[in-house]
Design a protein around this ligand. Structure first.
Ligand code: PGA
Length: 241
């Protein structure tokens, strides 16, 4: 596990974008695992800048997102399909058909989730998985639980996650109760995992993940067992290490 501590959130995100950009420069047909949430937005802004300056070319990149809410339309302002278009895809030359976000609307959510894993496998696996971390230590929507779930699956969101994400919705009641998420097995199979954590409210989850035992009660703790994992933190998120 490599831990880099940056003074500011923006620096941590810019460094993360450089790692993602270098991945694409060194392998133009990279398979990216992408994340949503507030944390990666500055990293996506920096990647867009690298694209605009002609440094990074997304034309052969394929991407698979971590998760999606169940039951909201793809063009809903809070859907992760929409987030990815707004924050990254519409601003770079990635081909729409090369971008993938789990379906939260399928009649066969579990079947489609397994097909999503199979599509990642068929593409050759993830070269790099970008992650944020929940205040409860979740990665993707792998919530604290008694066991780790390896495969892509349907998740019941915890109250902590609903509370954290209600800021994007009109009220907590509007936050979907379920989501589809890549499992920790697929995340762990990525060649590189790059986790960004910024802000004081992530400090305890970071501490438990880095210093605590590996336990499904803190899903990000499993990353300690990954052969190439980078934690890019700002000082606030690193304040309890
Ligand atoms: P955030 O979410 O970036 O909006 O804090 C991160 C996560 O829940 O994984």
């Amino acid at each position: 596990m490599e831990i880099r501590i940056f003074e500011t959130c923006r620096q941590a995100c810019q460094a993360a974008a450089l790692v993602m950009g270098a991945q694409i420069v060194s392998k133009p047909d990279s398979i990216l695992g992408l994340a949503t949430g507030s944390t990666p937005i500055p990293a996506y802004q920096e990647l867009i800048r690298l694209y605009q300056e002609g440094i990074v070319d997304f034309s052969r990149v394929r991407s698979f997102n971590l998760d999606e809410y169940v039951g909201i339309p793809e063009d809903h302002p809070c859907s992760y399909h929409r987030f990815m278009r707004d924050e990254l895809f519409d601003h770079v030359n990635i081909l729409k058909e090369n971008t993938h976000v789990p379906s939260g609307l399928s009649r066969d959510l579990e079947g489609d989730a397994l097909a999503y894993d199979a599509a990642i496998e068929a593409a050759g696996g993830l070269d790099i998985q970008l992650l944020g971390i929940g205040r409860n230590g979740h990665i993707g929507f792998n919530e604290p639980a008694d066991v780790f779930t390896p495969q892509c699956h349907v998740v019941e969101l915890t109250e902590s996650t609903i509370d954290a994400n209600k800021r994007f919705f009109d009220s907590a009641d509007d936050v979907p109760r379920r989501a589809v998420s890549l499992g920790v097995g697929t995340i762990m199979k990525a060649a590189t995992v790059l986790l960004i954590a910024t802000g004081e409210d992530k400090a305890e989850a970071v501490r438990l993940s880095v210093k605590g035992e590996i336990t499904p009660r803190v899903p990000a703790s499993i990353l300690k067992a990954h052969r190439h994992v980078l934690f890019f933190l700002d000082q606030a998120a690193a304040s309890r290490l």
